[in-house]
Design a protein around this ligand. Structure first.
Ligand code: GUN
Length: 285
């Protein structure tokens, strides 16, 4: 029977610790970490995510601003706004919620963000820093997974970590972080042949494919650690992961639930990185 990796609990603890650190920073240095979140259009999922980010930032004591822009905004107007926040010293973190409308080039917008305010860790400068082993702003979901490994003392050294999914947001940065932690990393994806024969060798299996309950008991080695990044709606409209939790749970050693596993850690890491960014801008670290 697996032990549960409880992201909700760790996220609550980290966010309450962070609120204390933020209060202390304001008291001692008069510095309040600032986060601006920019949302374009009315994508329903994005609206929910942005509301959560705004609420969590306020709860942690941040200076928080959310800019809601119409779907019709031009790319140049958005780039100009990002540039304005790059130079606004009240903000140490800038996040442009993705996806953007089709007429806006996401890559151009990400490139416009000052890499030192890029709390999503999506700017290629941060990608390069991460792969080069330099201090970097990190994509929040894999950074949250690393925080879970650390909190639960899950040893990565020399372990075979298999990642399913090669996105820039999760799969690829996850590989860099696991390598840096001395794991042996295998990347797999939608075109991988004989997926099961690879996943069956995993000591650590990280699943980020966006396909409801695709990973079943016959994909895993008994005693593995399983991290489910999926957030899907099943046929009944119920929230489900990429992993069939019920069939894996009796077999594996550690597993994340959905919801309450990886998800809550993402916002926590966003806030943590904004706090760290504020300290760096004030040359406290
Ligand atoms: N859309 C879905 N996830 C994310 C995220 O982590 N950051 C941003 N900016 N947009 C997203």
């Amino acid at each position: 029977m697996a032990r549960l990796i409880d992201g909700k609990l760790l996220a609550q603890k980290m966010q309450s610790d962070l609120a204390q650190k933020v209060a202390q920073l304001e008291l001692e240095k008069g510095l309040v970490p600032g986060l601006v979140v920019i949302l374009v259009g009315k994508d329903p999922a994005s609206q929910i995510y942005v509301r959560h980010k705004e609420r969590s930032a306020k709860q942690a004591g941040f200076y928080s601003e959310t800019v809601r822009l119409p779907e019709t905004i031009s790319q140049q107007e958005l780039l100009d706004l990002v540039e304005q926040y790059n130079h606004d010293a009240r903000f140490h973190g800038i996040l442009v919620q993705l996806p953007l409308p089709d007429h806006i080039d996401e890559e151009a917008v990400v490139l416009a963000i000052d890499p030192d305010k890029d709390v999503d860790g999506f700017h290629p400068v941060n990608t390069g820093r991460l792969w080069a082993g330099q201090p970097a702003m990190l994509p929040c979901t894999p950074a949250g997974i690393m925080a879970l490994f650390e909190h639960y003392n899950i040893d990565l050294e020399g372990k075979h970590a298999v990642i399913i999914g090669r996105s820039n947001i999760v799969g690829k940065p996850m590989a860099a972080m696991l390598l840096a932690a001395n794991a042996t990393v295998t990347m797999t994806h939608s075109r991988t042949k004989q997926l099961k024969t690879i996943t069956q060798q995993a000591d650590i299996l990280i699943v980020a494919i966006g396909c409801s309950r695709l990973i079943t008991a016959d994909h895993v080695k008994p005693g593995a650690v399983v991290i489910d990044v999926g957030m899907n709606r099943d046929e009944q409209g119920k929230l489900s992961g990429d992993v069939d939790f019920a069939s894996l749970e009796p077999l594996v050693d550690w597993i994340t639930p959905v919801p309450g596993g990886v998800g809550p850690m993402t916002i926590t890491m966003l806030l943590e990185q904004t706090y760290q960014s504020a300290r760096r801008f004030a040359i406290l670290d």
